[in-house]
Design a protein around this ligand. Structure first.
Ligand SMILES: [Ca+2]
Length: 464
């Protein structure tokens, strides 16, 4: 099999200049887009998973066993769970997290962590319930997965099919990856209640794909393509497209099927080659699909963090999402080791810095979560100027709507009143655009008021 398309152009850009917003630590150019960079929270310890919650807060895990909720407006952090039997050792500990996609009616939080059983290290997938203040009622969904002090995966992500996807590492035993009786070295597909989906490729088995070494990045594109980053051995870090029932080759294959010893195995075992591979390795970790006009240069790209290489990599996808057209590197050696990434609905990017993970050199304030934000968010720029501008799109509102207002308002919060003047919703505002959700509203006319230091703007909307 020949090497698949991977035309990569490396562009190194890092031009730090004077910042201008309140907490800005500097600006850089992403192509022609100027972004502010700032530290949202510092002095945390090995943040492993960061995600944007449906409550418009950031949620993150730290490897030692804590789950926190972080206010993106002011960096205020609340610890909502400490798991006491987490075994943090080497690369292991509390790892991935995902929130149920229908969180409003099914407020479940899924977590993966390592623990000890006798003298061995294991991995389990658990589910907690969010009660509005803390995570309660741990339920074990899968346990006893072989783990080790290294190669434990484990990223979690929900797919558009409502199923939970989980990566596992080979646990330092390369024979696990091709062993259909082992859940290690795989990507698993799981029902939200922890059972095996009826339509998995291997009947009665969680296994979705085989032949993985240690995948620590998972993200879906809006087209439903599942991408995964994977740590290679001393060569061949990979970016893969995860396809039902395919074999990703480890330990017989690293990177592309390009060595004589690899090609036979690849053709005999339906091996899916990566869409990109890197030698020397970068130590690739969390990935996110970026699709927002805020930073147009990153639209339709996979943004990939790296630990050893200490940089953010943007990978521009082809229109069908099946190959990579261009690579660019950002923040090279600027923050140090980068473990994970997430994107807010208004196009801000958050990076989890991981210099306290035992492999890095902590700097003052480490570890931290960094925010990257376009100075002129294009989420608002299409709205005509004028501080009284307030748009609710669409209106009437069935379910979710986007709210746009002038950034000069410097809004800090919004309130929604029903037609009798009763307050039905309120929240903080931390950007120049946000979403409202009316799923739980009765039919009627409502008024949205947005307030800031310069005044209040309001607009009516209809829930049919
Ligand atoms: Ca190879």
């Amino acid at each position: 099999m020949k090497k698949t398309t991977c035309h990569i152009t490396v562009i190194l850009l890092l031009m730090l200049t004077m910042g201008c917003s309140e907490r800005s630590e500097g600006q850089i150019n992403i192509g022609s887009t100027v972004v502010d960079t700032s530290t949202l929270i510092s002095d945390i310890d090995t943040p492993w998973e960061i995600l944007w919650g449906p409550d418009n807060f950031l949620w993150f895990t730290e490897r030692q066993g804590t789950v926190s909720r972080l206010n993106p407006a002011n960096g205020q952090r609340t610890v909502i769970l400490t798991i006491t039997d987490v075994f943090e050792y080497g690369e292991g500990g509390l790892l991935g997290m995902a929130l149920h996609p229908d969180f409003q009616t099914q407020p479940y939080v899924y977590l993966v962590y390592n623990y000890t059983s006798g003298s061995s290290i294991k991995e389990r997938l658990v589910r907690y319930s969010w009660d509005g203040n803390s995570l309660t009622n741990q339920e074990t969904l899968i346990e006893g997965i072989s783990a080790n002090s290294y190669h434990n995966g484990s990223r979690l992500v929900f797919g558009p099919d409502g199923k939970l996807y989980m990566s596992t590492g080979d646990a330092g035993n390369t024979s696990n990856s091709q062993n259909m009786n082992s859940l290690s070295g795989k990507i698993l597909r799981i029902n939200p209640d922890g059972t095996v989906p009826d339509d998995n490729p291997f009947s009665g088995n969680y296994i979705w794909t085989t032949g993985h070494r240690n995948a620590q990045g998972l993200t879906f594109s809006p087209d439903g393509i599942l991408y995964s980053s994977e740590h290679g051995p001393d060569t061949d870090d990979e970016l893969n497209i995860i396809e039902t029932g395919r074999n990703y080759g480890w330990p017989q294959v690293a990177g592309f099927c390009d060595l004589p010893a690899e090609t036979d195995f690849c053709s005999e075992n339906n091996v899916r080659e990566p869409i990109a591979a890197w030698t020397p390795t970068l130590a690739v970790a969390g990935i996110s699909y970026y699709d927002h006009p805020g930073i147009p240069e990153w639209q339709h790209s996979i943004l990939m963090t790296s630990l050893k290489a200490g940089k953010l990599v943007s990978l521009k996808l082809s229109s069908d999402g099946m190959s990579i057209m261009e690579q660019a590197d950002w923040f090279v050696n600027h923050y140090g080791r980068l473990r994970d990434i997430c994107v807010s609905p208004d196009g801000r990017v958050y990076l989890a810095v991981s210099n306290r993970d035992g492999r890095g050199t902590p700097r003052q304030g480490d570890d931290r979560i960094v925010e990257i934000r376009a100075v002129n968010s294009t989420g608002i720029s299409t709205i005509p100027a004028g501080i009284n501008t307030l748009k609710i799109i669409p209106n009437p509102v069935k379910g979710e709507a986007s709210v746009y207002f002038n950034e000069k308002l410097k809004a800090t919060g919004y309130t929604i009143y029903d037609q009798w003047g009763k307050m039905v919703a309120r929240d903080i505002v931390n950007s120049t655009g946000f979403k409202i959700n009316t799923v739980l509203f009765n039919s009627g006319i409502y008024h949205l008021k947005i307030s800031g230091p310069t005044g209040t703007v309001s607009s009516a909307f209809i829930v049919p």
